[in-house]
Design a protein around this ligand. Sequence first.
Ligand code: NDP
Length: 249
Amino acid sequence: MTSESIKTAIVTGGASGLGYAIAQKFVQQNIRTIIIGRNEQKLQQAKETFGELCTYIVFDLTNLAGIPALVNHIVEAYGRIDILVNNAGINMKKPFTDVTDEDFQQIILTNVTSVFSLSREVVKTMLPHGSGAIVNISSMTAQYGIPKVIAYSASKTAIEGMTRAMAVELSPLGIRVNCVAPGFIATDMSAKALDNDPERKNKVLSRTPMGKLGTPADVADAVYFYATEGARYVTGTVLPVDGGNSIGF
Ligand code: NDP
């Protein structure tokens, strides 16, 4: 493959959990991958593992004002962006009445507003080429009601609506937009939510027909499908990767 035909992807939160597996899959498939996060040490470690095709940028995505310059910098360095995976996200488990306005806003800012701002700036750079693929990451909280994650549920439900709204507006211009809805996948984030709450963990497993948590690689394979040629006629969809959790009894 010539260097001109190598695609360039951004994976937010690509130094850990699902994002790490997504970045790993992309690099293995010869996609130049830029991972973004706040923790330089984690990013550096991931870059060292992934090698030449991976670059990292330390950036806090809640810094909305800095996003246009971030995207300009990426385009100047790599020419164009073919794929954007909006994976970075935060969760917070608290009873409904304990959630402060600040808590709620922080989740929405990270999981929704920054996804919008980054997507808008990246789309501006994709439009002249008439092509691109955006993959958003939702969750089971957008499929059914889960207690103690009110802000997270609001954010992920917004992501699914935004996926459809972006798809109808951008697909005629050559940019496909889809969403992966992971079920319960073994990462640091899910460990925080499940490991000290055996009742919740049992409930998760008992309504998952495949009877186990997923792995980050399970999600990465679905994201890779959406991001590449195999999904050339697929847009505006949400794919649960959940061992059947969303349809479990
Ligand atoms: P992790 O906590 O392992 O990873 C989250 C990543 O997001 C980190 O790399 C973190 O990097 C990055 N991030 C968070 N906030 C910011 C920010 N303000 N700016 C830049 N980067 C940020 O979580 P998961 O891998 O489990 O989750 C990834 C995505 O998948 C999330 O959107 C999550 O909601 C979703 N998801 C996960 C599920 C699961 O079971 N694990 C289930 C359903 C959905 P850093 O700390 O360096 O900033």
